[in-house]
Design a protein around this ligand. Structure first.
Ligand code: B12
Length: 200
C-alpha cells in the first residue's frame, strides 16, 4: 500500500477495488450543476456499492472508508487482476473491454491479495490511437489537455474545439452532454450490443 494512503488512514491494511460496467451511453453523461461543477451520474452505482461494503465491514468490526478519488486506481486495478493498461490509457478487461468504472474501499481487514493482471490485451492494435479526433493518444499515454472529455469542461474553448465538441460530445439538454466515447467505441473489445446503446 502506498505511503500516501497510509498517511491519510494509518490503520489501512487492504484495498478493495471493484468495477461497475458502463452498459449504455446513459452512463457516459456529464451534467453541469448550477454552481458550474460537473456531475457524472454514471458513477452513482459505485457510491452505493462502496457504502454497502463499508457497512458490511463495519458490521464485522473493521474500519473502512472510501478510497480517495485521486489515488492511482488504475494501477491498483491491474494489481488486483481486473485488467491491463490499454493503449488509450484506460484499464481494459477481456470481459468488458474499456467500459469499466473503478472504485474502492480501504479497510483494516487483512485480505488475501489477488493475482495481478499480467497479459497485454492491446497487443499490436492501435485503433484508438488512429480514431481519436484530437490525436490525444500515444501508446498507453493520454494527453489529458487535448482529450475532448477535458476540453468539454473548459469554460471557453476556441471555435475549432467547439465544432469538435458539437460532433463528439452531443448535448442532450443545455447542461447535459454525452462525453466523447470514440476511443472506447472503436476498441475491438467493445461488444456489438454496447455499440447500439448510443445517445446522439
Ligand atoms: C484526471 C482524470 C481524467 C482526465 C485525464 C485522464 C488521463 N488518462 O490522464 C480526463 C478528463 C481527460 C479523463 C477522461 C476520461 N476518464 Co478519467 N479520470 C481521471 C482521474 C480522476 C485521475 C487520473 C490521473 O490523472 N491520475 C494521475 C496519474 C499519474 O495516474 P495514472 O493515470 O493512474 O497514471 C499511471 C498510469 O499512467 C501508469 N501507466 C501509464 N502508462 C502505462 C503503461 C503500462 C503498460 C503500465 C503498466 C502503466 C502505465 O503510470 C502512472 C503512474 O502509476 C481518474 C481517477 C483516478 N483516481 O485515477 C479517472 C479515470 C482514469 N477516468 C476514467 C474514465 C472512465 C474516463 C473517461 C472514459 C470519461 C468517462 N466516461 O468517465 C475518459 C477516458 C479518456 C482516456 N482515454 O483515458 C476511469 C477509467 C476506468 C478505466 N477503465 O480505466 C477512472 C479510473 C475513473 C474511475 N473511477 O473509474 N479522466
Amino acid at each position: 500500500m502506498s505511503k500516501k494512503i497510509r498517511s491519510g488512514a494509518p490503520w489501512a491494511k487492504s484495498i478493495i477495488v471493484f468495477t461497475i460496467e458502463s452498459t449504455d451511453d446513459a452512463d457516459e453523461l456529464a451534467v453541469k450543476r448550477k454552481d458550474g461543477q460537473w456531475d457524472y451520474p454514471g458513477y452513482t452505482p459505485s457510491y452505493v456499492i462502496q457504502r454497502d461494503i463499508i457497512i458490511e465491514l463495519n458490521g464485522k468490526g473493521f474500519k473502512a472508508a472510501v478510497l480517495p478519488e485521486l489515488v492511482p486506481i488504475k494501477r491498483i486495478a491491474v494489481l488486483a487482476g481486473i485488467g491491463a493498461y490499454a493503449k488509450n490509457s484506460m484499464i481494459i478487461s477481456p470481459k468488458n473491454g474499456l467500459w469499466l468504472r473503478l472504485a474502492g474501499v480501504i479497510t483494516d481487514c487483512v485480505l488475501e491479495p489477488d493475482k495481478s493482471f499480467e497479459e497485454d490485451i492491446c497487443k499490436d492494435c492501435e485503433r484508438c490511437i488512429r480514431a481519436c479526433p484530437v490525436n490525444a493518444i500515444e501508446p498507453y499515454v493520454l494527453d489529458s489537455l487535448k482529450c475532448l472529455v477535458h476540453v468539454m469542461e473548459i469554460e471557453n474553448p476556441d471555435a475549432t474545439k467547439k465544432n469538435l465538441l458539437i460532433r463528439y460530445t452531443p448535448n442532450l439538454t443545455p447542461n447535459t452532454y454525452r462525453m466523447c466515447t470514440v476511443c472506447q467505441m472503436i476498441c475491438p473489445f467493445t461488444s456489438i450490443e454496447r455499440k447500439r446503446k448510443v445517445l446522439r
